[in-house]
Design a protein around this ligand. Structure first.
Ligand code: SAM
Length: 55
């Protein structure tokens, strides 16, 4: 367990689509990028990790 109490690392979280709870309290969300864009089907995609890093 990390010193901040987080026990799950999602190292390629992207827009967290696989998560039911996209802000799970036990998780650090990491990605190499932070960006917002609109997909070709008009969905708003938000990649906003807690930690920007290269795994
Ligand atoms: C297919 S998406 C992940 C989708 C995510 N699992 C979800 O539930 O929405 C892959 C992600 O990996 C990230 N990625 C690619 N190379 C990486 C690296 N070296 N370090 C961290 N993240 C990386 C990309 O920026 C992208 O957001």
């Amino acid at each position: 367990m990390a010193s901040n109490g987080k026990i799950i690392l999602d190292a390629c979280c992207g827009p967290r689509m696989m998560w039911f709870n996209k802000n799970h309290p036990d998780t650090i969300y990491m990605d190499i990028r932070k960006e917002n864009f609109v997909a070709c089907d008009s969905r708003k995609i938000e990649v906003d990790p807690d930690l920007i890093a290269d795994f």
